[in-house]
Design a protein around this ligand. Structure first.
Ligand SMILES: *[C@@H]1O[C@H](CO)[C@@H](O)[C@H](O)[C@H]1NC(C)=O
Ligand SMILES: *[C@@H]1O[C@H](CO)[C@@H](O)[C@H](O)[C@H]1NC(C)=O
Ligand SMILES: *[C@@H]1O[C@H](CO)[C@@H](O)[C@H](O)[C@H]1NC(C)=O
Ligand SMILES: *[C@@H]1O[C@H](CO)[C@@H](O)[C@H](O)[C@H]1NC(C)=O
Ligand SMILES: *[C@@H]1O[C@H](CO)[C@@H](O)[C@H](O)[C@H]1NC(C)=O
Ligand SMILES: *[C@@H]1O[C@H](CO)[C@@H](O)[C@H](O)[C@H]1NC(C)=O
Ligand SMILES: *[C@@H]1O[C@H](CO)[C@@H](O)[C@H](O)[C@H]1NC(C)=O
Length: 686
């Protein structure tokens, strides 16, 4: 917009706003937000036409807008207010829309601890309705969250200190012209009017399309005592909006508010700003070419350039489908990765992990990266996989390998993560050439990985089950801190949702026996972490087929040593005279976590307390039921089914057939079973 136009617009919109405090009531009206005295944060921006954009078409955003000065509700009379606003949730073509917009009353405008997605930018995972939250909101929610007892992805709700609404209803209004209830599509992109009235503990909420009048009967009517929610009479009013993996543009067009129904000023619908529609995907056909001799020459030059361009394009060709558009910001171009890894040159080769080869890459203006090439056959599951890869980007913990993004080509997926200068832990544990890690270094690594798992299981926005915890998936950073990587098999769940996944996945030796029947869960991660603790303390793999029979299975061997009262016989012989109490504690904790009875295993939170010595280990002995039993998970590749053989304890059997592909140092089995839609993977480390 040019300066002149802006000036004209500023002048013409000046009269649209008026603030009145003539009586003792506070009231204001914004027909567009050009001159509003508002505080914006997060993704909220004021567009040049006076439209307030609370969130745009990006994932995991939240934006707030509040009146700059708090409203001081008179203490001499009961709290009351009336408000009327117009908003629009504009979907992006081809994308699921979400999450929603809320009208908020709050004693504070600090929402830095709030979360986007279903928490709508005002609540967080620990908000539980306790009266200390002091928050009131009316939500227009376009995503169905069953764990918030929502049964509809198009509803209006009243929230008191809690994302679980005290009252909610599918968006609809009583149409006078049609003489019936008509439902409203909140995510249609059309402007929606919302009225919220509160007087004498009755709270009414109504919605209607822009062309309709205020419905005579409210959609929601509920008894609420706002004086009980708020301890102060100085309150901020405003709005919040949030996106998650579902995205929409969230707009506010106009707003009027008053502390009493009588002095509520009217919105002037005709003066509200226009809502832009996202640009259509396809471009207009080019207009007819005007051909002149000089143009002919230009065309020849362009044709040559195009030839060169197409050649290069083929070399760097990627696969990108419409559903990936929303992940755009997380994509790396193949060309940049190709250049960064010097064409995946063998000098840049770092190693082979589960599912792929890893190369070092040096991107300009950025830290070194590790690029993993994972080959995939079908498109099946790819969509979910990429979505999860992108979700991983939101996981932030000092003991996780930060994932930076991905790139996709035909039959190939490239995962880009931060480069870890000290390689993976198994190299340090099992490679005779590398210097021995001291006990204190090992303990730091164990505590770090425990803390990362605790974060994944309980603190992250979704429950993340890693499913493949083992030394070769733990990377060491420059300070030799352990960092959990390789989320190739991780699965995400909503908190409170069923965290068990159907597919049996993992690495033989680290897989809890119930995995086959119950699926992966945070408890099977605890089992794998138990095996991992023993692995680090004893400096050997959980199964060593070449060792003598009694030592072959690590869990059994450690338990046998304990029975003979010589637990330290099992420790890594390369460890010097170290703090033996700590080593014993970690070994016992390893046995506790690998109890074959899932319910008897501790949670990660307890494991951390035990590791730090803040909680004594529970009473158990090597003879306690479930301790020290090794129940191998057996793959019967001939039948392509996975079963758990508990009778054959001493000799786990891996019968393989031609369907199993062997790579350099590990064996991957793809198991397809009828009830598991997508293939599941099992690694056998050599
Ligand atoms: C406004 O408030 C003052 C005291 O704060 C009171 O005396 C007066 O009656 C109030 N006026 C109205 C119109 O409520
Ligand atoms: C906007 O708020 C500031 C204080 O935050 C105040 O000084 C100013 O007068 C307000 N402007 C209008 C137009 O209300
Ligand atoms: C959740 O929000 C409340 C209130 O804003 C805050 O006290 C609490 O620390 C937040 N919790 C987390 C985990 O951020
Ligand atoms: C319309 O909806 C309201 C509120 O949900 C309900 O009370 C009323 O009975 C409905 N009326 C009709 C005609 O369906
Ligand atoms: C609501 O509108 C959006 C955008 O036009 C459309 O994609 C969606 O299917 C509609 N929902 C319903 C329930 O009609
Ligand atoms: C709420 O709606 C009822 C009708 O259902 C009406 O009688 C009442 O006055 C309304 N209250 C407010 C504060 O608008
Ligand atoms: C609302 O709560 C306040 C504070 O707890 C109390 O003083 C008041 O009597 C309540 N009002 C009603 C109508 O219950």
């Amino acid at each position: 917009m040019s300066k002149e136009l802006l000036l004209i617009w500023l002048i013409s919109s000046f009269h649209l706003i008026s603030l009145s405090t003539s009586s003792n009531d506070t009231s204001f009206v914004f027909n567009g937000f050009g001159q509003a005295n508002l505080s914006l944060d997060g993704s909220a921006t004021l567009l040049p036409n006076g439209l307030l954009q609370l969130a745009k078409d990006l994932q995991h955003q939240m934006g707030h807008v509040f009146i700059k000065n708090p409203i001081v509700f008179s203490s001499s009379k009961p709290l009351s207010f009336s408000t009327h606003f117009v908003c629009a949730l504009v979907p992006k073509p081809g994308f699921e829309s979400g999450h929603g917009i809320t009208f908020v009353i709050s004693p504070s405008v600090d929402f830095t601890r709030a979360q986007p997605t279903r928490y709508l930018g005002i609540f967080n995972a620990s908000t539980d309705g306790s009266s200390s939250s002091h928050l009131f909101a009316v939500e227009l929610d376009t995503v169905e969250n069953p764990d918030f007892r929502e049964t509809n992805n198009n509803h209006v709700g009243i929230d008191v200190n809690n994302p679980i609404s005290v009252a909610s209803a599918p968006a609809s209004y009583f149409s006078k012209t049609e003489q019936k209830n008509v439902s409203i599509n909140l995510s249609s992109g059309n402007p929606i009017q919302v009225w919220v009235d509160y007087q004498g503990t009755v709270l009414n909420v109504s919605v209607a399309p822009l062309e309709a009048d205020k419905p005579s009967l409210p959609l929601l009517s509920r008894l609420i005592n706002l004086s009980e929610i708020f301890q102060t009479r100085r309150l901020f009013v405003g709005f919040s909006a949030a996106t998650g993996t579902s995205i929409s543009f969230h707009y506010l067009l106009g707003w009027t508010f008053s502390t009493s129904r009588e002095s509520l000023q009217l919105l002037d619908i005709s003066k509200l700003p226009r809502v832009p529609r996202p640009r259509a995907e396809h471009k207009k056909p080019p207009s007819a070419l005007i051909i002149a001799p000089s143009v002919t020459f230009a065309i020849i030059v362009m044709a040559v350039l195009a030839g060169v361009y197409y050649h290069r394009k083929k070399k760097y060709a990627e696969v990108s489908e419409p559903w990936e558009k929303k992940f755009g910001t997380h994509r790396f171009s193949y060309k940049s990765l190709y250049i960064a890894t010097k064409g995946f040159h063998k000098d840049q080769f770092l190693g082979r992990g589960g599912f792929g080869e890893v190369y070092r890459g040096d991107l300009p203006l950025s830290k070194a990266v590790a690029v993993k090439r994972v080959s995939h056959d079908g498109e099946q599951g790819m969509k979910q996989f990429v979505a999860e890869v992108v979700s991983m980007k939101s996981l932030k913990h000092r003991n996780l390998v930060p994932l930076l993004g991905y790139c996709r080509r035909k039959g190939e997926l490239l995962l880009v993560s931060e480069y870890m200068p000290n390689g993976s832990l198994d190299q340090h544990l099992f490679d005779d050439q590398s210097p021995v890690l001291s006990w204190s270094q090992r303990l730091v690594i164990l505590k770090g990985i425990a803390s990362a798992l605790f974060y994944l299981h309980t603190e992250a926005e979704q429950v993340v089950v890693h499913r493949d915890i083992k030394a070769s998936n733990v990377m060491l950073d420059a300070e030799l801190n352990g960092r959990l990587g390789d989320f190739g098999m991780a699965r995400f769940h909503n908190h409170g949702g069923n965290a068990a996944t159907t597919a049996a996945v993992g690495t033989i030796g680290y897989m809890a026996p119930e995995l086959i029947t119950m699926g992966a869960s945070t408890i099977t991660d605890v089992y794998a972490f138990g095996v991992f603790m023993l692995e680090v303390t004893c400096g050997r793999k959980p199964i060593e087929p070449k060792m003598e029979v009694e030592k072959r299975y690590l869990i059994k061997w450690v338990c046998e040593c304990w029975k003979k009262d010589s637990l330290l016989d099992a420790k890594d012989p390369r460890l010097g005279e170290e703090i033996e109490i700590e080593i014993e504690l970690v070994m016992k904790l390893g046995l506790l976590c690998t109890n074959i009875v899932p319910e008897s295993r501790p949670k990660m939170g307890q494991v951390i307390l035990y590791l730090n010595g803040n909680l004594p280990l529970p009473d158990f002995s090597p003879y306690t039921l479930g301790i020290g039993s090794f129940t191998p998970v057996v793959v019967d590749a001939a039948l392509l089914t996975v079963s758990c053989n508990s009778r054959n304890r001493s000799a786990p059997l891996v019968s393989s057939s031609s369907t199993i592909g062997i790579s350099n140092n590990s064996l991957n089995v793809v198991v397809e079973s009828q009830d598991i839609g997508s293939p599941s993977f099992i690694n056998f480390d050599k």
